[in-house]
Every structure is written in C-alpha cells, then in structure tokens.
Design a binder for this molecule. Structure first.
Ligand SMILES: [Mg+2]
Length: 357
C-alpha cells in the first residue's frame, strides 16, 4: 500500500491582473487553498481548491476550514490509491465544500499518474491532444470590452466568452459590435450567470438571432430548469447549464427535464474528477455536450481540468483561462496556451505542474 505520510493545506490570496465583473458580483482577488500530499514512495502530489460562494456554495473561509480541519486529517495515514473510498469519506464529512473535495481528488490523481509514470490524461484514456479555449471578457464599458477582445484576438484566441446578464438590450448591442468588429472567424459564447428573467433571456436571444452565438450559458435562475427548458425549446442557440448542474444528481435532473443542450463541468463545483466523470457520462448518454470550465484558479486546477477534458467522452469544449489572470501563481508549467489552444505538458508524469509553496 502507498500510504499518505503527510498532507498540508495552504491558503493563498492571488491578486488578479485585471479585476472583473459578472452579473451580480465583482472580483479583485482570488483565494485558492493549495493541497500538498506526500506519499510513502517519496512522491508529492498537488491539488487546489478555488471556492466561489455563488458557484461552489462555500466561502473561502469554509473551504479553508474543510481542507485544514477535516480533509488533511482524513488524508494522513490513508491509502493514496483509495480514491473512491477517500472521496466517499470526504463527501460524508464536508458535503457542502466541493472545491475542498476537488483539491483532494486532484492531488490523488496527480499521484496516481506519477506512480504510473504517465501524464494524467493518458491514464484516463486520452482522446484529444489539446482543446481550443475561450478567453473571458467581464462586464464593462463596451469600448473597453472591444479593446480587450482585440488584444485577445491578437494573442491568438479564437473564442470569446462574453459576460452578460445585467441589461439584455446593451448585451445584444455588445454582441453585434463584437461580431461586426471581428467577423465570422471568431466564436462568440455568452454567459449570463443567472442574470436574466425568462422574458429578458428570450428577448436577448431574439435580438442576437443573426449573430451566430455558439451558446448561451445559464441565462436564468439555476433552480428554475423549467424556464431554461422553455427557452431551449424555442431557440436554435444551445443553452448551457452551469450553476444548474453541480453534481451527478443535478445532471440527471437536467437530462430528465431537457432544459439545456450543453453542460459546463467544473471540478470545483462537483468535487473532483470522479464526480466530473459521472456528469460527463450521464450527459453524454443523453446527447448533451460538455465544456470544462474553471474558476479563478491556479495552474494545478487548470491542468487537472484539461487532462480530464482530453479524456472525457463529450468534453470537447474548454473555458480554461482562469490561471491567466492570476499574479503570483504558486504553480508553473503544466499547461500552455498556443494560438488559442490550451495544451498539456505530456513530457511529464501526473499533472506536470511545479509548485513553489
Ligand atoms: Mg458560467
């Protein structure tokens, strides 16, 4: 048995290069809890938790306490290969702290792939080598959004994810401006973060009917799947459930209600790669496509999400830009951005990240 001989959870506050606003919230810093797990065979695995109360349901402080007071003691002395057992015990101990539980599963996956001597994606059954990723534009003055979009397109990004949801008329004008400004060569996705009423979402969708929107993420309240389903039935634009799907159970409900054609899987929402795999399998069986999303998180979490997405049945979309805005990330390597694609480091086993705590 490979025993966990030490575990440590270190909270880190990252400054954001550029703060940003989404419907209902704005951010200048991001707290991650970095988890370091050392095993009896001399290996060290890393995980990270990126809590965001409005999405994962846990405050930064609750996440830190779940990591330090519950999960670290649970890990010490445990069998590092017992992912399923540790996941079940973590779920029972801290059901409301999915980001904290994700940190554990990410670190155990890093260790498992290191022991196998292969990149994590290969161990999971890699189907793709890289994925095009969107880069996110927060809610801002339209001139500022266009300026930032121009910078990202010049950097090579071909998918722009636009945060909307406060004013459907202004949002529709912004989508027109972006489509007019950048032409048909870029992909536009929009995320309302539950900001619209059903009527507003319907008006927005009608107003952008000619703008070739790839998808609209979480237009309306997470709990009101009926409203989202009514929108999906009348619009050709695929609706993507994000805040509505945080667990395999919620993925089953999504399938039963037919409320969206796409789902945003985030390791921090569902509690790690085990639950994420279940969500991918449930949605794939129903013909629902998946995107791997992220929070403001260290390269540790981004690398884990990428390796996961490279192997998943339906995880053909990526929104893995959360590390790009962090000043002073404690991790380096693992992933790189090349011409708008997010690319793993397949020359190193595990996640391939280096961490300086
Ligand atoms: Mg979202």
């Amino acid at each position: 048995m490979i025993r966990i001989v030490d575990a440590e959870a270190v909270p880190v506050t990252f400054r954001l290069r550029e703060g940003y606003r989404i419907a209902g919230a704005s951010f200048q810093t991001a707290v991650n809890i970095i988890l370091k797990v050392v095993t009896s065979d001399g290996r060290t695995g890393f995980g990270c938790a990126a809590p965001a109360e409005e999405v994962t349901g846990e405050s930064a402080d609750a996440c830190r306490r779940a990591c330090q007071d519950v999960l670290v003691p649970l890990l010490r002395g445990a069998d590092a290969a017992d992912r399923g057992g540790l996941d079940a015990r973590a779920r029972a101990a801290v059901p409301g702290a999915p980001a904290a539980r994700a940190a554990v599963d990410i670190a155990l996956c890093d260790l498992m792939a290191q022991r196998a001597g292969v990149p994590l994606a290969r161990l999971l059954g890699m189907r793709r080598h890289r994925l095009p990723t969107s880069i996110t534009l927060g809610i801002d003055d339209p001139d500022e959004v266009l300026r930032k979009a121009g910078r990202h397109v010049a950097e090579g990004f071909r998918i722009l994810k636009v945060k909307i949801g406060e004013d459907w008329r202004a949002d529709a004008r912004l989508i027109h401006l972006l489509r007019g400004g950048f032409g048909s060569g870029i992909v536009l996705r929009a995320d309302a973060n539950q900001g619209y009423s059903e009527e507003e979402a319907g008006r927005f969708l009608a107003a952008v009917a000619g703008d070739d929107l790839e998808l609209l993420e979480q237009p309306t309240a997470a709990a009101d799947l009926a409203a989202m389903g009514r929108l999906q039935r009348v619009t050709p634009v695929p609706i993507m459930a994000d805040e509505s799907v945080r667990s395999p159970d919620e993925a089953r409900t999504l399938v039963q209600t037919g409320a969206a054609r796409l789902v945003n899987i985030k390791l921090m929402k569902c509690g790690g790669l085990l639950a994420g795999s279940e969500i991918a399998a449930i949605t794939d069986a129903a013909g629902i496509g998946a995107m791997l999303g992220c929070m403001d998180e260290s390269r540790i979490g981004i690398a884990a999400a990428l390796h996961f997405a490279l192997a998943g049945p339906n995880t053909e979309r990526a929104d893995l830009d959360g590390h790009l805005d962090l000043l002073d990330d404690v991790a380096s390597g693992g992933v790189r951005i090349e011409a708008g694609y997010v690319v793993p480091d397949l020359d190193r086993p595990g996640l391939g990240v280096s961490v300086d705590l």
